[in-house]
Design a protein around this ligand. Sequence first.
Ligand code: ZN
Length: 211
Amino acid sequence: MQGEPVERYPEVPPETLRGEVRRITVIGEDVLHRRCRDVAEEEFGTPGLSRLIDDMFATMWVAEGVGLAANQIGVDLRAFVWDCFDEDGVRHVGHILNPVLDDLPAAARRLVDTAEGCLSVPGPRTDLARPDAAVVRGRDLVGRPLVVEGSGYFARCLQHESDHLAGGLYVDRLAAGERRAVLRDMEERKADVFARREVRTGELAALPRPA
Ligand code: ZN
């Protein structure tokens, strides 16, 4: 169950093994640039929602991401997943629906400049200042309330994915010149990134499934 520490978790999560790899949307596609809709009450606990989370895990694994939002596989729904380490080297694996990021008081906010990238801006990474702690509140697959706290890179991940669900990308937080440079870099590198995802899609398909 989410939120409970466990001794170990499979390197390739069961969600990933169950899921189907979907195409990752790229900057410029409409679904990435508008706010996603809330998961409706009657959708919690449905097989469709479980499948969505599994597909997001499979797609994130293939793309070697630490987080993925639903609109990154073209689904207009407020949901994201993660498989990410925090500043203590603790691995966090999970999903959240209808997340809301806590507003940190300015006094509690410490900005850190760290390289950030996005699966929907394939290739480049660039330094971006963000608070080094984050808390999101939402629901899990079956509708139970969920609070997720992150530090280090995991805090960055929670903020980055929350931005996605509001229709934002990390490049929207960059100065115009920096943003242009990142997008030029993406044009040069994206073919290599797509080729690598193809290879990993094959690798995932070849992994043994639990009986
Ligand atoms: Zn992203």
